[in-house]
Write a protein that binds this ligand. Structure first.
Ligand code: ATP
Length: 362
């Protein structure tokens, strides 16, 4: 599909990067290239398109101006995005950025019957992985109180962009026994009152929100997040307060205010208290942690193959940005799994608080 010289040019322009997973070599797009989005994986005869961005709707009232046809309402699951696909005889799971994830690849057989790929080798199963035992995110959906789970929300085909219509996807998920993201039905844009009910129910249960998928050829999508989810994100990221860009918090506080205004909540005092708690309780915990030593996030994940646990550690060491430095605590066999425990150090938060506690003059 692309010549070797095209690929070399893309690498030279820093649009793409060569990666390997075991013996599989592939190219990952760091930016859009020749119409393929960031996160696309390319190899001989393989194109797995990047998962597209989903625009955010800031108010439910905004739906009327965006959606022109009925739309499906699906639960937005709080976890990390994966695309599961087959190359040769192997199944892989890629992250949003297009890296093969050793953890998800190791565990995908627990959620998906590989027979689906014997019938449809070119399918890409897109979904969210969530639960308290994942390597990337500290928060998890209440749908998975223990361990880790997968929820399918789209099916695509290799070599193309776009997804199967929602109804067809749900029927296929049922045929192949694939765990699917909960669906709350099909709604007309003017029926936003019923959408409000769904959102309020999800909010009361501490769930993340909804993704709306227009039932039309243009297949417009939009996400809307509940007030409880904004608070949960604030509380979780305040644990690494200075290791997160300030806009992370600014945007969530603004969206929470919009949510409360639109939902006409009568329990404002309670939300004021919850917002204060989301920031201050986390920060107090961090001050206590800094007094003892360091501010860290602690993670535990179970693998079938030890090799994949080592690959994960290796790849975490290479991830920059919000993620802190990774430190192995233990890797041992327990209950039929290789259990990996590690910590991420939140360097800026630790540094600031330790200086403050040590009496530094600023
Ligand atoms: P984006 O680039 O789309 O804005 P983001 O990193 O800001 O993504 P989110 O705000 O979490 O991510 O929203 C989009 C993500 O929501 C998707 O990439 C997907 O992983 C996740 N998601 C959870 N549930 C669904 C669902 N039912 N349908 C589609 N996506 C879902």
């Amino acid at each position: 599909m692309f010549s070797e010289s095209d690929i070399r040019a893309a690498i030279a322009e820093k649009k793409a990067k060569r990666e390997t997973f075991g013996r599989w070599e592939y190219l990952r797009l760091l930016h859009e290239w020749r119409g393929w989005p960031r996160g696309t994986l390319l190899a001989d005869g393989v194109v797995v398109a990047g998962y597209p961005k989903i625009g955010r709707i800031q108010t439910l009232a905004g739906i009327l101006s965006q959606f022109h046809a009925p739309f499906w309402v699906e639960e937005k699951i709080d976890g990390y995005n994966v695309r599961i696909f087959r190359v040769g005889d192997a199944l892989y799971a890629a992250t949003r950025g297009g890296l093969i994830c050793p953890f998800t690849t190791d565990r995908l057989g627990d959620w998906i019957d590989p027979a689906v790929f014997s019938v449809h080798p070119d399918w890409i199963l897109c979904g969210e992985v969530t639960g308290p035992e994942t390597p990337y995110v500290e928060g998890a959906s209440p749908l998975v109180p223990q361990g880790v789970g997968f929820f399918l929300f789209d099916i695509a085909r290799q070599g193309t962009e776009g997804f199967f219509p929602a109804e067809e996807r749900r029927a296929l998920a049922e045929t192949f026994g694939l765990p699917a993201a909960p669906s709350y039905g099909r709604i007309e844009p003017k029926e936003s009152a019923s959408l409000r009910e769904i959102v309020l129910r999800l909010d009361a249960e501490g769930r993340e929100g909804v993704v709306l998928k227009e039932d039309s050829p243009r297949n417009l999508r939009a996400k809307y997040v509940t007030g409880s989810a904004e608070l949960a994100d604030i509380a979780s990221m305040a644990q690494r307060y200075l290791d997160v860009p300030p806009e992370y918090f600014t945007e969530r506080v603004l969206r929470l205010a919009l949510f409360l205004e639109e939902m006409k909540r009568s329990d404002r005092q309670e939300w004021n208290r919850r917002l204060g708690e989301a920031f201050l309780s986390s920060l107090q915990e961090r001050i206590a942690a800094a007094r003892q030593g360091r501010c860290v996030g602690t993670f535990c994940c179970r693998f079938h193959a030890r090799e994949n646990a080592l690959r994960l550690l290796d790849s975490l060491g290479q991830i920059r940005g919000h993620e802190g430095e990774t430190r192995l605590i233990s890797l041992q066999e327990e209950g039929g799994y290789w259990v990996l425990r590690f910590q991420k150090l939140y360097r800026s938060t630790t540094g600031f608080l330790r200086n403050a506690l040590g009496g530094s003059l600023r």
